[in-house]
Design a protein around this ligand. Structure first.
Ligand SMILES: Cc1ncc(C[n+]2csc(CCOP(=O)(O)OP(=O)(O)O)c2C)c(N)n1
Ligand SMILES: [Mg+2]
Length: 695
């Protein structure tokens, strides 16, 4: 049911109260910062200042002196273009900066000088909020819809933590997740996907505040957006409330009370606001949206607020004090009480307390990699997705906070944790997530889980990595160690045909800075790949696995699979300087090895390089890379069932590739391999041609 809380009122209430003063401080800071930077968006911070003030001063459970308190409420600004709102809030709240290790630096998270540096190089106030850049920024936002997606992961993780760590008399986790989002956010598919699963999971700790200001960049939302958003969310199973005036802070407080009293579903509060409220000529026009407002507009707005018209970056002492006292007056005692509870908890449940310490530090439990399976040589072999399932399960047995799942493909992706419960509304502490067929939200939710201490992984077919590219990219920007499992990684998919056979996806993943893309070449490399992925603390990993069986190499004959840790290694060699280097990854590695054996039997000095991770290989020093690829050896052939893009970095101008230059086709795998040249004869023929050319 949609409940309208108050009639429209939209007047600026100049009552001289500390509340009013703080609200107008947020507004004028946003205007001044945007004007100084000559770029940014002041209109939305101005409109949302009253409700943000109410949320932060009256509800948000947050201790500005301990911004990494695990049970803090999360505030996500999904409309990241309104970043000045968040920076002003962090400034007024007096949030204290902490470094990467959680130690205080003695500086504020956002000083007034930082605000004056809005959008400048290396400032703590970048154009859009960036996680790790500014203390108090819970996630990087800007690509609309992503913050909404992240928030669902945060709410899932909060309930997971509550379910796994709370004990009778010890409530360590009961935090809420608040989101401010905009028209663009709720138009984006990812937010819809995320809202759908949030409703399904009955995430009553999740509250989205939707700023319905009827304006986006091109103009009135009526240009492209007619639906009744509240009704849509009701259909998702959300509680929905409508507030007709963003100035009406009492009504907003009532709405938040309703959210807090709702224990069976997430809450959407639709707030009608006027963008750029106070601007004499721009309010309600799309002009208020982006460019710097100009001195005249700003003076007009300041006048409307009863603010000194010539003052810039003015933060009245009273505004800052009342704001920070309100939030720390509530947050600090809560946090102190939590620390006391946790100290008792440590006595009662030392193991759980230790586990929680590890989680907070982003560590895997000790010994998690002790029992990784190893696989005997086997010509028939095993699909790397199958091997992955075994490895994942071995690790999961020791790493309780490894939580993940697939987008309805777990029977195929082998990402289920055996004998573990599903993560569902009634079992929020379960481990097998059922993301449904919502790849984009899956990535975004996984990022939110990683931002809330869990070690999440996802699973789908490699070709659908395109559906989740934005959150993968954001995981890399945020340096979140999420594991993205992609199976069915080539034309090896077979009969499902070109729509399901990835071609350009490998190159596209490898193109993302900071993402470790690993395509292991047999079962033992698969085990090492998982180990590497979970050893990463600041990099997401894309694990790329085959649908079809891959021979398990005889490691007594070839180099150990641990070579994968360096990204690439000499797998098989001959005496002396090689005449040809055959490079393989994934399911093509055994093909490279077979070609090598054939050539070696003919007396050719052949070498096989296994190159599962370009990312890790590029991190090695020049001497190591030269030892794998001696610069003088120019006859180099790469074999990979993906596009050629990028391979010339390794094969050079004189080398060649056996790769895909077209889409695949629907046929049995053997026919496809023949058609596209992934046969022993073709690879050997190409190698010979290269050696001939090199003479
Ligand atoms: C995925 C994505 N597409 C496009 C943009 C560019 N963009 C920034 S703000 C915006 C729309 C702004 O309208 P709205 O979301 O209603 O926010 P408001 O201006 O009302 O605060 C767009 C299209 C973006 N940031 N993210
Ligand atoms: Mg809008």
């Amino acid at each position: 049911m949609t409940v309208a809380i108050s009639p429209a009122r939209s007047t600026l209430r100049e009552d001289g109260s500390p509340e009013r003063l703080a609200i107008d401080t947020i507004r004028t800071l946003a205007m001044d910062a945007v004007q100084k930077a000559n770029s940014g968006h002041p209109g939305t911070p101005m409109a949302l200042a009253p409700i943000a003030h109410t949320l932060w001063t009256r509800f948000l459970r947050y201790d500005p002196s301990t911004p990494d308190w695990p049970n803090r409420d999360r505030f996500v600004l999904s409309c990241g273009h309104a970043s000045m709102l968040l920076y002003a809030l962090l400034h007024l709240a007096g949030v204290e900066e902490i470094d990467a290790d959680g130690n205080k630096t003695g500086l504020p998270a956002v000083s007034l000088d930082d605000i004056k540096q809005f959008r400048q190089m290396d400032s703590k106030t970048p154009g859009h909020p960036e996680y790790r850049m500014t203390t108090g920024v819970e996630t990087t936002t800007g690509p609309l819809g992503q913050g909404c997606g992240n928030s669902v992961g945060m709410a899932i993780a909060a309930r997971w933590l509550a379910s796994n760590f709370n004990r009778d008399g010890f409530t360590l986790f009961d935090n809420d997740v608040y989101v401010f989002c905009s028209d663009g956010d709720v138009m984006e598919g990812v937010a819809s996907e995320a809202a759908s699963i949030a409703g399904h999971l009955r995430l009553s700790n999740l509250c989205w505040v939707y700023d319905s200001n009827h304006i986006t960049i091109e103009g009135d939302t009526a240009l492209a957006f007619d639906e009744d958003v509240a009704k849509r969310f009701e259909a998702y199973g959300w509680k929905t409330l409508t507030l007709n005036d963003a100035e009406d802070t009492e009504a907003f407080a009532e709405a938040i009370e309703t959210f807090k009293a709702t224990d069976d579903r997430p809450t959407l509060i639709v707030v009608k606001s006027i963008i750029g409220i106070g601007f004499p000529t721009r309010a309600g026009t799309q002009k208020a949206h982006s460019d710097a407002p100009g001195e005249e507009e700003i003076r007009g707005a300041k006048k409307a607020y009863g603010w000194p018209e010539d003052a810039q970056f003015l933060v009245p002492e009273e505004a800052k004090r009342s704001f920070s006292e309100a939030i720390s007056g509530r947050g600090k005692p809560l946090r102190d009480a939590w620390e006391a509870t946790f100290a008792e908890y440590r006595k009662a449940y030392p193991d759980l307390a230790d586990a929680l310490d590890g989680l907070r530090q982003g560590k895997m439990p000790s010994g998690w990699e002790a029992d990784l399976p190893s696989f005997d040589a086997d010509a028939k072999g095993i699909a790397s997705r199958e091997a992955s399932g075994k490895v994942l399960n071995a690790i999961a047995a020791k790493a309780p906070w490894l939580v993940g799942g697939a987008a309805d493909l777990s029977p195929s992706t082998k990402t289920d944790i055996k004998d573990a419960p599903s993560l569902e509304a009634a079992t929020p502490g379960g481990r097998n997530m059922h993301f449904g067929i919502r790849e984009h939200a899956m990535g975004s939710i996984a990022n939110g889980m990683a931002l809330t201490y869990l070690r999440p992984y996802t699973g789908t077919f490699m070709v659908f990595s395109d559906y989740m590219r934005p959150p993968i990219r954001l995981a890399a920007i945020m340096e979140l160690p999420v594991v993205f499992v992609f199976t069915h990684d080539s034309i090896g998919v077979g009969e499902d045909g070109p729509t399901h056979q990835p071609i350009e996806q490998l190159a596209a993943l490898r193109a993302i800075p900071g993402l470790d893309t690993i395509r292991p070449g047999d079962a033992n490399e698969t085990a090492v790949a998982w180990k590497v992925a979970l050893t990463h603390t600041h990099e997401p990993t894309a694990l790329v696995f085959s649908r079809q069986a891959i021979a398990t190499l005889d490691r007594s004959k070839y180099a150990p699979a641990e070579g994968l840790e360096k990204g690439g290694y000499v797998l098989a060699d001959s005496d002396g300087t090689p005449e040809i280097i055959l490079i393989g990854t994934g399911s093509e590695l055994p093909l490279a090895v077979a070609a090598h054996e054939k050539l070696a039997a003919e007396g050719v000095k052949s070498r096989v390089v296994s190159l599962p991770s370009w990312y890790l290989f590029e991190k090695q020093d020049q001497a190591y890379r030269d030892s794998v690829f001696p610069p003088g050896v120019r006859a180099r052939l790469a074999v990979e069932q993906g596009g050629a893009q990028g391979w010339h970095r390794y094969v050079g101008l004189d080398g060649d590739t056996v790769t895909m230059s077209t889409f695949g086709a629907s046929a049995p795998i053997a026919k496809l391999q023949e058609k596209f040249g992934f046969t022993l004869d073709h690879v050997v023929e190409k190698a010979r041609a290269l050696m001939e050319k090199a003479k």
